[in-house]
Design a protein around this ligand. Structure first.
Ligand SMILES: [Zn+2]
Length: 184
């Protein structure tokens, strides 16, 4: 269980008691000393994923993790972001209380989170998951993202390109900025 404050995987149990069928544990992070509570419950049923071709396979957390890691490769994301995302998805899936879920549901859950996190990773994941047939389909998705950014840039969104910011300034403003830089 990672520390919800700093993401460190090491914590010590400072209190433990039975609650119903589960166990409530009070933990302290070994790195930032923050205290948090976890509930552990027996998992009674295994979760199965129904794939596009109708085959069923047991839910495998690592598969999602690998897919997201690939999409996020070299993106400047804080440590622990991807693990936390997979934790969230896993928890949400078990909360559904179903024994089977379609793989498309998991894909959509990943897409939704990547969309809010990092647009490059989102496009990468979408291009694999949605199997874009051609460059026109890919362009459509990118255009939609650029449109939505122009209207309302989501808070904390990483820029699509490092030079995104100066482009938003008017040309005159940009020149003035350069002047200031060169006269320094
Ligand atoms: Zn911590």
């Amino acid at each position: 269980m990672r520390c919800p404050y700093c993401g460190d995987p090491e914590s010590k149990v400072i209190d433990s008691r039975d609650v119903g069928e589960g166990v409530r544990r009070r933990r302290q992070c070994l790195r930032c000393q923050a205290r948090f509570t976890t509930y552990e419950q027996p998992q009674l049923r295994n979760l199965f994923v129904i794939k596009k071709d109708g085959r069923r396979e047991e839910f495998n957390r690592d598969k999602i993790l690998i897919g997201i890691r690939k999409a996020c490769e070299k993106r400047p994301l804080p440590t622990g972001t991807i693990d936390k995302m997979v934790d969230d998805i896993e928890a949400e899936l078990y909360r559904l209380g179903k024994t089977e879920v379609p793989s498309a549901l998991i894909g959509d859950m990943v897409m939704e989170r990547l969309h809010n996190l990092d647009h490059i990773a989102y496009i990468r994941f979408a291009s694999v998951y949605r199997e874009f047939a051609d460059i026109a389909t890919l362009k459509q998705v990118v255009d939609t993202l650029v449109d939505s950014r122009a209207k309302r840039p989501p808070a904390g969104q990483l820029p699509l390109l490092p030079e995104d910011e100066p482009k938003l300034l008017g040309r005159r403003q940009q020149r003035r900025k350069q002047d200031v830089q060169t006269t320094k």
